[in-house]
Structure formats: structure tokens, C-alpha cells
Write a protein that binds this ligand. Structure first.
Ligand code: 4NP
Length: 158
């Protein structure tokens, strides 16, 4: 069982999108017994809330269902519990690096390191227009495929 945690700032836009997309890919490939997927935010502002309606709508257009997810903040136990903790941007990564005990620092990375796009950051769509949410999905879909291929080396490429 590989445990993957996706992290952004509020846990209502980018990381729940990554959570829903990667979980769907895992389910489609009948690998749900091999992966535990979760998401969290570095900030506490939105604890208990559903993903932003704009993220839910953009996801729904591509048949991902985010409406059962609930925001939570990163907890210190996450650094022990998870095998891989993937930040949406450099700021999230720096925050995690500042909180994470040294023996678990190797688990931290930028999610887009697994994508085939040039970008390394999933831009925060919160204060922008609808197209920002579609762009988040483009980046997240690419990185989710790369992540599954990297973690599931024995299987056919997705
Ligand atoms: P997220 O986006 O980090 O992708 O969930 C944001 C959500 C909320 C805020 C900022 C970014 N906010 O300022 O409340």
C-alpha cells in the first residue's frame, strides 16, 4: 500500500482536484487496494468545507466527482503516515519542508515533477476566472498519469 497526500494552501481547489483525479485513475486501473489517497491544506481557513464550487464544476465536466471531499489541514502525523507528500507549488513545498521532521523530508516533492509539462507549479486559481480551474485540471491529469506510471512500474503505462 502506497499512501499519497496532495497538499495546497486551502485544500479547496488544487489538492482536492488532484485527490479526485488520482483516485479516479487508481480506481479505473483496479489499483485501489494498492493506494491510499488523501489531500490537505497548509492553512486552516477552510477546514470542513467541500471543494470550491468552481473546482467541482470544472471536475464534473471531465467526469470527476469531488463533492464528498472535505478540507483539512496538514497534521504533524501526516509526515509519518504518508509515503509521498506532493505540493502544488513552491510555497506549499517550503511550508511542508519547514514542518516536516528531517527523517521524512525525502517524502516531499512538487507534484508536477511527475508531469510531462514544463511548469513545476499548479497556479492558484482561487482569485482568477473559470479558465484557471480548467488549467489546474490539465496539469493535474498529466501529473496523475506520470505519478501512477512512476509508482506502478510493473503495470502497463496509463
Ligand atoms: P487552493 O486555493 O490552495 O488550491 O485550495 C486557495 C483556496 C483558498 C484561498 C487561497 C487559495 N484563500 O485565500 O482562501
Amino acid at each position: 500500500m502506497t499512501k499519497v497526500l496532495f497538499v495546497c494552501l486551502g485544500n479547496i481547489c488544487r489538492s482536492p482536484t488532484a485527490h479526485g483525479v488520482f483516485q479516479t485513475l487508481v480506481d479505473q486501473h483496479k489499483l485501489s487496494d494498492q493506494f491510499l489517497v488523501d489531500s490537505a491544506g497548509t492553512a486552516a481557513w477552510h477546514i470542513g468545507k467541500s471543494p470550491d464550487v468552481r473546482s467541482q464544476k470544472a471536475a464534473k465536466k471531465r467526469s470527476y466527482d469531488l463533492n464528498r471531499l472535505q478540507a483539512r489541514q496538514v497534521a504533524s502525523s501526516d509526515f509519518e503516515e504518508f509515503d509521498l507528500i506532493l505540493a502544488m507549488d513552491e510555497s506549499n513545498l517550503r511550508h511542508l519542508q519547514g514542518e516536516c521532521p528531517s527523517e521524512h523530508q525525502y517524502k516531499l516533492a512538487l507534484f508536477l515533477e511527475y508531469s510531462d509539462c514544463e511548469a513545476l507549479a499548479v497556479p492558484d486559481p482561487y482569485y482568477g476566472g473559470v479558465s484557471g480551474f480548467d488549467h489546474v485540471l490539465d496539469l493535474v491529469e498529466s501529473a496523475s498519469k506520470g505519478l501512477l506510471n512512476a509508482l506502478n512500474k510493473d503495470s502497463k503505462k496509463v
